[in-house]
Each structure stands twice: as structure tokens, then as C-alpha cells.
Design a protein around this ligand. Structure first.
Ligand code: FDA
Ligand code: 7N5
Ligand code: MN
Length: 495
């Protein structure tokens, strides 16, 4: 009853653009920021980080005013490249004292408009802080600065026999992945960022530097006080700037088996997934692509993969026993009328088998030249997957829009990738409508409107429907405590 009240509220709100004058803004935003960016402010920034690390050039501001999503570019007034924690601290304090918005920038691969400078201000680019501070190979952890990218980290780690498995597809910064609580294809086995971060160093808006678990702490377990680490995971730059992350590492699996198979019915594929999980088979990846996704891929890469609903699977482990796991899954696939099962262990073969999954975003946007991805990102308890996937697919077919479905179904999480061209207003309206209905359906099925991309700009209305007014109020209190002047990435997560 309560949920449906919230959903009605949220349906009313998304129908219009929320401006600073609206009651919603006043209700859910802290003090609005008054940017005071003039030559003396820019001069003060230059004094802190050096002339070469401050840019007001249009091209640089444009580059920092958007991510990979469809959201309209919103440029910051100035871009600052920090080279040290001291830089971050002093720039934060200056912005706080002068009430200028401050937007941390990782690598701009986000999908919810997280770095778009809705109210102008300073974009704080931390990519120059790119040191791997420490690797504790025998403890399976390492500490990185915010400019360290996940692929760079894994290249560096290769000789140690370890890897950092969280894989959002894009080569994102590890601290940006903390900020959005990212996950991706490996979460079935290794969890999301929430399960893999041991400690964070954060610069608060007033310039204070804190370590969420205490300086140097890197234990797998702790019961010491509030879990500030988890508070900052998924905070999307709205509470502070993450300047160091200590993350968990894993042994590179001795053997990997990849597999792909097809189904005529969505329900057969999803039932197979649920049964694999119920049997406790420790899958590394369990992904679903529908027929429309495979069709996009074939067109984009000139492949001739079977155009059918497909499961992409991966097994990681010691060579001993992995083949048995594969055989058990094979039986389940056959029981559910799956066909065309292919498997590979060799790295090149495996990459070829999985190519459709990895090319998906670009294969999809290629269908409409100049389009950008509009991603939906719902996640539900695994037993509710068949219902929401089937209903979503029906909506996409009925609306007659291009909307391939790709799911991290092993986690109950899936996306429709809509190639989005804002000038086609009719299609855009249909996309928004389906996206909204998917989120509402997910919430009705005890799920969430975002499993991994975050709230950003696009899902602010949905947050209140998801968590309820009281919980949203508690979140706002936390925001006000850390950031009383609302300088940190204003207009994100909350209005
Ligand atoms: C092709 C493709 C495919 C995928 C994805 C993207 C793309 C382009 N993503 C989304 C994306 O990769 C993910 O959101 C990253 O975690 C963003 O990291 P960036 O470093 O790019 O942060 P980016 O610079 O885009 O910033 C994202 C948000 O975090 C904040 N932020 C960044 N660095 C910060 C810091 N140091 N301190 C505080 N705040 C900071 C920003 O202010 C912003 O709000 C994804 N994701 C996923 O989870 N699963 C997936 O499957 C995919 N798949
Ligand atoms: C529309 C982009 C969604 C990217 C993503 O999350 C994935 O490929 O899993
Ligand atoms: Mn994803």
C-alpha cells in the first residue's frame, strides 16, 4: 500500500522537469549553491594546483561535462587537475568557503550523468593521481589512488598471479567504481564493489581527510563502529572525494571455461539460470542476451550468431572439478530445451564466444547513428526475474522500439539498451515510459531501480519511491552533515 503511494508520487513527478523553484527542489535539496567563479577564484585555484592544472578552455570543459550516457552535456565553469591529496583538500575547502559546486571526475564512463555539472562550478579531475600505492599480495589486497584504472591495475597485478575481478565492461577508475558502487559481469562469483572495498580515504567538502576504516586498516572483517566505507560506496561524489581505495584481490583462476547456448523462449533461459543458482554451482558469469541483442551484434560485427535468446556463461576455478560443473549446467540447459551449446577454454576462443556480450553497448548505439545509450538497470530477487523479464520484453515489442535486453541475470539485474536520439521526441517518450514502468515493476517485485549504474540525474524521482520518504529524509540528513553547503555534486542523487 505504502509502496504504491510512493510510486504514484513518483509517476506524477517524472512527468515534468524539476526546476530549482519547484517544491521538490526545496524539499529535497540542501541550501542551493551560488557559484562565485570569477578571475580571483580561478587565480586562487591556480595558486593551489599550479597554472597548468586549471583550465577554462571550452573543449576541456565540454569533455568534463558529460559521461557516456544520453544526458545533455552540462559544462563546469572550470576544470582542475589535482596531483595530490593536499590539492584535493585545499580545492575542496576553497569551494566550500565560497559555496562553489565541486564535481569529482573519475574517467567519465558513468551511465547516469553523474559528472554533468548541473549548476556549473569546479570539475575536480583526479586522473593524475594514478599511483598503485601498495600491493599486499599475500593478504590479497591493494591500495590505489583515484586515477588508477581497472585494466591498468590488472596489467600491473598480472605477475603476482592476482587480479581485481570487478568488471563493469568499461575501463573505469577504481575510485569511480567505488563512487557508483559498480559491478558488472563477475558479480555472481566475486560480488560488487560493496563486498570488495576494505577502506577508503575521502576528502570531505571542508578539506578534512578521513580514512573510513581508520588509516592503514585493511582487514576482511571489522565490527568497529559505523560502516563509513559502505556509506561512501555509491555516494556518487555527493559526500566527498575518494582519494584512495583499498580493495580485495583474488587469485587468477587456474582454468576458465566459457560457454554460450540458445533458447526459443525467454522463460526457458531464465529458468535455467534460476536452477543453476539453486543447485549451488559457483558460476563466475551468468549473462542473458535476448534475440534482439544478438541481432544488433550480428549487424555490427558482421557475425552470424544464432538469433535467439542466449545465455553466456563462464566458470572459474581449479582445473579439477570445473568440467563437472560444466556438465551439470549442460544437463540443466538441455532440460530447459536449450540448444547450440558451445564451450571454449582457450583464451582467444573464449573471447570470440563472448564477443557479442562485450560489444553490446556499441552494437546497440550503432543501430541509430549519433545515438547515445539510455540504459535501464533494474534488479530483482532472482525468483522474480522470469516475470519482469517477460513483461519488459512484451513492452518493448509492443512499443516497436529498438531495445535489446542484456542481463547480469545471475544477479537478478538486467538492462534494456535503448539507442537514444533526443531529436526523435516520439521514440524518446516511449523509451522513458518503458524505463519508468520497468523501475516501478522492479520495486513492486521487491527490487531496485538501479542495480549498478546509480541514481545520478535520471533516477532521482525513483529514489523516493524506492526507499520511502522517511529513509530519504535520513539520507538527506547524512548529506547535510557531511556537506552542509551542498557543494558536492549538487543535483545528483537528490534534487
Ligand atoms: C560500455 C559501458 C559498459 C558499462 C558501463 C559503462 C560503459 C561506458 N558501466 C558504467 C561505468 O563504467 C561505471 O559507472 C563506473 O563505475 C564509473 O567510473 P568512472 O571512473 O568512469 O566515474 P565517472 O567519472 O563517470 O563518475 C561517476 C560518478 O562518480 C563520481 N566520482 C568519480 N570519481 C570519484 C572520486 N574519486 N571520488 C568521489 N566521486 C567520484 C562522479 O562525480 C560521478 O558522480 C557499468 N557499470 C556497472 O556497474 N556495470 C556494468 O556492467 C557497466 N557497463
Ligand atoms: C547501456 C549501457 C549498459 C552497460 C552495462 O551495464 C552492461 O553492459 O552491462
Ligand atoms: Mn551492466
Amino acid at each position: 500500500m505504502y509502496l504504491s503511494k510512493c510510486i504514484r508520487f513518483c509517476l506524477q513527478q517524472t512527468a515534468r522537469t524539476v526546476s530549482k523553484e519547484s517544491p521538490l527542489w526545496k524539499r529535497y535539496s540542501t541550501a542551493a549553491v551560488q557559484p562565485k567563479i570569477d578571475t580571483s577564484f580561478v587565480g586562487a585555484l591556480k595558486t593551489i594546483v599550479g597554472d597548468a592544472n586549471v583550465s577554462t578552455a571550452d573543449a576541456i570543459r565540454e569533455q568534463h561535462g558529460h559521461d557516456e550516457s544520453h544526458h545533455a552535456v552540462a559544462m563546469p565553469d572550470v576544470v582542475v587537475f589535482a596531483e595530490s591529496v593536499d590539492h584535493v583538500s585545499k580545492v575542496s575547502k576553497l569551494c566550500n568557503d565560497t559555496k562553489v559546486p565541486l564535481i569529482p571526475f573519475g574517467s567519465g564512463t558513468g551511465l547516469e550523468g553523474g559528472v554533468n555539472a548541473l549548476q556549473g562550478g569546479v570539475c575536480l579531475d583526479v586522473t593524475k593521481m594514478d599511483q598503485i600505492v601498495q600491493v599486499n599480495a599475500e593478504d590479497f589486497d591493494c591500495t590505489v589512488q583515484p586515477g588508477v584504472m581497472r585494466l591498468g591495475l590488472n596489467n600491473y597485478l598480472r605477475d603476482t598471479g592476482l587480479w581485481f575481478p570487478i568488471d563493469p565492461g568499461a575501463d573505469a577508475s577504481v575510485c569511480g567504481m567505488c563512487a557508483t558502487s559498480a559491478s558488472g559481469t563477475n558479480a555472481v562469483k566475486y560480488g560488487t564493489m560493496r563486498e570488495n572495498v576494505l577502506n577508503l580515504q575521502v576528502v570531505l567538502p571542508d578539506g578534512r581527510v578521513i580514512d573510513t576504516a581508520g588509516r592503514g586498516r585493511r582487514t576482511k572483517k571489522t565490527s568497529a563502529g559505523y560502516n563509513l566505507t559502505n556509506l561512501f560506496l555509491g555516494s556518487e561524489g555527493t559526500l566527498g572525494t575518494i582519494t584512495e581505495a583499498t580493495v580485495r584481490l583474488y587469485g587468477i583462476p587456474e582454468k576458465t571455461i566459457s560457454a554460450v547456448c540458445h533458447f526459443n523462449e525467454v522463460s526457458e533461459a531464465v529458468d535455467t539460470v534460476v536452477q543453476i543458482l539453486q543447485c549451488g554451482i559457483p558460476m563466475a558469469k551468468l549473462e542473458f542476451l535476448d534475440d534482439s541483442a544478438i541481432d544488433c551484434f550480428n549487424r555490427f560485427c558482421k557475425y552470424d550468431m544464432t538469433v535467439a535468446h542466449s545465455l553466456f556463461l563462464e566458470f572459474h576455478g581449479p582445473a579439477y572439478g570445473l568440467e563437472d560443473q560444466f556438465q551439470s549446467v549442460k544437463e540443466l540447459i538441455e532440460m530447459n530445451n536449450g540448444f547450440g551449446l558451445k564451450q571454449a577454454s582457450d583464451a582467444d576462443e573464449r573471447n570470440r564466444l563472448w564477443k557479442a556480450r562485450h560489444e553490446m553497448v556499441w552494437a546497440c548505439t550503432a543501430r541509430i547513428p549519433g545515438s547515445k545509450p539510455y540504459s535501464t538497470d533494474v534488479c530483482v530477487p532472482i525468483t522474480n526475474l522470469p516475470e519482469i523479464i517477460t513483461k519488459t520484453k512484451q513492452m518493448v515489442v509492443e512499443a516497436d522500439v529498438i531495445g535489446p535486453m542484456v542481463g547480469h541475470v545471475g544477479d537478478g539485474n538486467f538492462h534494456i539498451f535503448f539507442p537514444c536520439d533526443h531529436s526523435d521526441t516520439e521514440t524518446f517518450k516511449k523509451i522513458k515510459d518503458i524505463s519508468h514502468k520497468m523501475a516501478v515493476m522492479a520495486m513492486e517485485l521487491n527490487g531496485t531501480c538501479t542495480g549498478e549504474h546509480g541514481i545520478g540525474i535520471g533516477k532521482r524521482d525513483l529514489l523516493v519511491a524506492e526507499v520511502g520518504e522517511e529513509t530519504l529524509g535520513a539520507m538527506k540528513q547524512i548529506k547535510e552533515t557531511f556537506d552542509p553547503n551542498n557543494i558536492m555534486n549538487p543535483g545528483k542523487v537528490f534534487f
